[in-house]
Design a protein around this ligand. Structure first.
Ligand SMILES: Cc1cc2nc3c(=O)[nH]c(=O)nc-3n(C[C@H](O)[C@H](O)[C@H](O)COP(=O)(O)OP(=O)(O)OC[C@H]3O[C@@H](n4cnc5c(N)ncnc54)[C@H](O)[C@@H]3O)c2cc1C
Length: 300
């Protein structure tokens, strides 16, 4: 049972029984017992200590663009690393940025500084911390390619800075996906570029997104990771599942790699649709699709 008084004594930035639909791009999910929009590493450490002392579970969240929160919601504390921790400093080609900055906002700052290398991430709707966690990527680029080092809280509470090669980056994976880490900030290494070229590249990537992706409906982006040698969207389409729906969850009619919320979808609708897609694709093509979307919250 969450000790609300004790948590309030640590932070003012807490909302109780917060509706997670407001905080996820899927617009799905029950309530979180406590939702804290943090403003410093110290505040995060205090909350983690509180959770350890009171045996309260906690989870870290960025922009909620790769999370499916269960219908029963989240027990314990959601530590939201967003706007409150979103500073960025540029020194030549080195960029020091907090985990909570949105990748879209960072890309605009880098454009203004004539720095190239981050364009691929300008349309990914997440925080830098969430992007590092997932090793987010698009159009041939991945965050690991431009990360110099990351500063994070370890499961034992110690704050560490490690260079990219020690962070286990792989396709949509990092050491952080093992769990228990909190990404605080990072140093990126970019290159000098030309303002107009950077702007044109960002515009090109973003128009390709608008053309191909169902951005008019809530989703969490690509539902599945790309299986080796295949494209998830193509397999799903070839399995005849485009437009297939369960409740309010649908395989997008625009891009079969996306499950979208057509209105009022429950988390159970989405998970049932995911299972149906996995089984159908496996039966037809012998390929098991691994979800890219991360499940959070109390199980059904
Ligand atoms: C329309 C759409 C298009 C998308 N396109 C792409 C794309 O092209 N490429 C791509 O890679 N992804 C894409 N995504 C998915 C998503 O935007 C990325 O995975 C993004 O990096 C998630 O960031 P976030 O801040 O929203 O993380 P969240 O969804 O909040 O969290 C994702 C995971 O990261 C963890 N996490 C978040 N922040 C931290 C932190 N500071 N410390 C420790 N753990 C943390 C969370 O616990 C969670 O497990 C898309 C999503 C949507 C909705």
């Amino acid at each position: 049972m969450l000790d609300r008084e004790k948590l309030l004594a640590i932070t003012d930035n807490v909302v109780f029984d917060e509706d997670m639909k407001k905080h996820t791009s899927f617009r799905i999910g029950g309530t979180a017992d406590a939702f804290v929009s943090v403003t410093s590493a110290l505040e995060i450490e205090k909350i983690i200590c509180f959770c350890a002392d009171t045996e309260t579970p906690y989870m870290i969240m960025g922009n909620g663009s790769n999370i499916l929160v269960s219908d029963k919601g989240i027990r314990g504390v959601v530590i939201h690393i967003g706007n409150g921790m979103s500073k960025c400093r540029i020194e030549g080609c080195d960029v020091y940025a907090d985990a909570g900055i949105l990748m879209s906002a960072l890309s605009k700052k880098l454009l203004e500084a004539n720095l190239t290398g981050f364009e691929f991430a300008s349309g990914i709707p997440g925080t830098l911390g969430g992007g590092i966690f997932m090793n987010a990527g698009a159009y041939g680029g991945e965050l690991k390619d431009i990360i110099e080092s990351v500063t994070f809280i370890c499961p034992d509470g110690i704050i560490k800075t490690e260079t990219a090669e020690n962070l286990g980056f792989a396709y949509r994976r990092s050491m952080f996906t093992e769990g228990g880490y909190v990404i605080l900030s990072c140093k990126l290494r970019l290159r000098e570029g030309n303002y107009e070229d950077i702007k044109a590249m960002m515009a090109d990537f973003n128009s390709r997104r608008t053309e191909k992706q169902p951005l008019n409906l809530p989703s969490a982006g690509s539902t599945f990771k790309r299986p080796e040698g295949y494209f998830a969207g193509k397999l799903i389409q070839d399995a005849g599942l485009m437009g297939y729906s369960i409740g309010g969850a649908q395989v997008s009619e625009k891009h079969a790699g996306f499950v979208v919320n057509t209105g009022g979808a429950s988390a159970a609708d989405v998970t049932n649709l995911i299972k149906h897609i996995q089984n159908t694709v496996n039966e037809k093509f012998g390929v098991w699709l691994e979800p890219e979307v991360r499940l959070a919250g109390e199980g059904e």
